[in-house]
Design a protein around this ligand. Structure first.
Ligand code: PHE
Length: 363
């Protein structure tokens, strides 16, 4: 509620009782200051009484109507009252402001007992973790990692690996051709050829990375990962290969698991063998309780990759002198390693970026 200055009919009253009029303004101002609930409203009241357009200014304008004798006393009184009101205002302003600050501090107090918002943290992809784990196991046998291009020359993906031109074995790999001479690499074995061309034996290397094949279903993805080992040394036999893979299987899947080798064919190894290990899900039993094991379909064995002694043609192509130097190689599918170890039933989960799936592997 504002009291307008005009409501004090100054001109009519001045001649009669100027002091009374001023007292009236003082009382009204004091009451308004005391009542103002906030610093903002207090300031509004100050403007109303003491501001340029306020009650006192109106009174001062009327001074001209006073006689010369009356003027000094009236002026003095006005100044005293104004000063007194300024002082009351300042006091009240301070009180209101500190009250407001106290209220604000009380309202904004931090409750340290509230649970905090825990931000989501990122995590390594399960495929990256599996690659790291497998490389770590092989590193203990002296192997170190090599990589190569994803768009690979026919020379490294096929020719240097003893796939003759137009050989039906090229069809085994469901190749994506980029042009006549380039393919999306269908396996990590070209890394073997590139390494043997560049580095001198003895060698213990891991070739690892994405590979591509035109194949897609619940257990095949057109892009997946392989990891493979190549060992070149003076005297290398199938016994070295078996020892290395058996060590790897026990370290990666579990101490109780067995490894077996079945004769097979790859153009770049001779002899060649498919590698199986006891199924890590049912520990080779074929059943979990009375339930048939879905991973190995009751056989108790599961295929994990290919292997063999490096074919002399492959060594010769890469400039490695045979039989002075010989070698073995083995290759695994990385997704398959994770699928078998963790009992995952669909390879496509690795590429879907569903955090509910991925989060389970965060370490
Ligand atoms: N490169 C083969 C494949 O992709 C796997 C393999 C690697 C076999 C090394 C033997 C030796 O099928």
């Amino acid at each position: 509620m504002r009291t307008s200055p005009e409501s004090f009919n100054i001109s009519g009253m001045l001649k009669e009782k100027p002091e009374e009029k001023i007292e009236e303004i003082r009382a009204a101002a004091q009451a308004a200051f005391a009542k103002a609930p906030t610093a903002k409203e207090l300031y509004d009241a100050k403007v109303q009484f003491l501001g340029k357009q306020g009650s006192f200014s109106s009174i001062m304008k009327e001074m001209g109507k006073l006689s010369a004798e009356e003027k000094p006393a009236f002026g003095k009184l006005v100044n005293e009252v104004k000063q007194a009101l300024e002082a009351i205002y300042s006091e009240r302003e301070e009180a209101l402001k500190s009250g407001e600050l106290a209220a604000q501090l009380a309202a904004e107090t931090l409750d340290l007992s509230l649970p905090s918002n825990v931000g989501q943290t990122g995590a390594r992809h399960p495929i990256a973790l599996v690659i790291e784990e497998i490389s770590g196991i092989l590193a203990r046998l002296g192997y170190s990692v090599r990589t190569g291009p994803l768009i690979e020359k026919d020379r490294y993906n096929f020719e240097g690996l003893n796939f003759p031109p137009d050989h039906p074995a090229r069809d085994m790999q469901d190749t994506f051709y980029v042009d006549k001479e380039h393919v999306l690499r269908t396996h990590t074995s070209p890394i073997q050829v590139r390494t043997m061309e560049l580095e001198n034996p003895p060698l213990r290397v891991i070739g690892v990375g994405p590979v591509f094949r035109a194949d897609s279903d619940i257990s095949h993805s057109p892009n997946f990962h392989q990891i493979e080992g190549l060992c070149i040394d003076r005297k290398v036999s199938m016994a070295d290969l078996k020892g290395t893979i058996s060590f790897f299987v026990r370290e990666y899947f579990g101490k109780d698991l067995k490894t077996r080798f079945r004769p097979s064919y790859f153009p770049f190894t001779e002899p060649s063998a498919e590698v199986d290990c006891s199924c890590p899900i049912c520990i080779g039993k074929g059943y979990i309780g009375n339930e048939p094991c879905r991973m190995c379909k009751t056989s108790g064995w599961i295929e994990i990759g290919g292997s063999g002694l490096v074919h002399p043609n492959v060594l010769k192509f890469a400039g490695v002198s045979y039989p002075e130097w010989q070698g073995f190689a083995f290759g695994f599918g990385v997704e398959r390693m994770a699928i078998i170890k963790y009992g995952i039933d669909d390879i496509r989960l690795f590429n879907e970026n569903d955090v509910r799936f991925l989060r389970q592997f965060s370490v």
